[in-house]
Ligand binder design. Structure first.
Ligand code: ATP
Length: 202
């Protein structure tokens, strides 16, 4: 499973459709200040399911939509699509039927985000799980933003352990455990209510 292409439309400074071909060996992006290097990395994190507007350097998620410039009006939506080469069939279960995966996230003003995988509507949670199970995702330590190395050097051991866990691909297991715990709590609360009802009937 390998990222092969990133396509941005109306995302931050990339107002016109822009393709980044991700060939083997691409490890970094260089360019003059303000040309959009960080925006590219943010687009990659965003399409993998980032939910924190702050991590996108915005106040709200709609701030990722092209906000307009002196010569161009603002856009109403932003879209990022990520193409994945799955010829090795290493994509996580549920997404492993195709040689090629295309994950699309689109945000529309006043509507919010929607995801598609190979043109099929998909829940945000399932897209996040796809990447977590593949040992990557919006929080992957493989995507190194500015200042991150010094943060890591100064991080507490617990936070450093998280980096190793993400690299080992067990982030998805933690998410599933958290969801199972929530379900268990709900079930326990329902059982208490059943006890109350039974008591009233007795
Ligand atoms: P540096 O090397 O200085 O960190 P960079 O190459 O990483 O710069 P980015 O931070 O990716 O550059 O891009 C910044 C540019 O993106 C700025 O010109 C900013 O105005 C523009 N930008 C950010 N959000 C939007 C938006 N929603 N609409 C239009 N332009 C935007």
């Amino acid at each position: 499973m390998r990222f092969s292409r990133l396509r941005l439309t109306g995302f931050k400074s990339f107002v016109d459709p822009t393709d980044l071909i991700i060939n083997d060996g691409l490890t970094g992006v260089v360019g003059p200040n303000g040309c959009g290097k960080s925006n590219l990395l943010e687009a990659l994190r965003w399409v993998m399911g980032e939910t924190r507007a702050k991590a996108m350097r915005g106040g709200g998620m709609e701030d990722v939509i092209f906000a307009g410039a002196s010569s161009r009006p603002a856009r109403n939506f932003a879209e990022v699509s990520l193409h994945i080469d799955n010829a090795d069939r290493l994509a996580p279960a549920g997404f492993n039927d195709h040689d090629h995966l295309e994950i699309v996230r689109r945000i529309t003003r006043d509507v919010g985000s929607a995801y598609k995988v190979n043109s099929k509507d998909t829940r945000a949670r399932d897209v996040q799980m796809l990447f977590a199970d593949a040992a990557t995702g919006a929080h992957s330590p493989a995507l190194v933003r500015q200042g991150q190395i010094s943060e890591l050097i100064n991080a507490k051991p617990k936070n450093r352990r998280k980096v190793l866990e993400d690299a080992a691909g067990i982030g998805g297991l933690y998410q599933r455990r958290h969801e199972a715990e929530l379900k268990l709590k709900n079930t326990e609360a329902n059982l208490l209510r059943v006890d109350d009802v039974v008591e009233q009937l007795a």
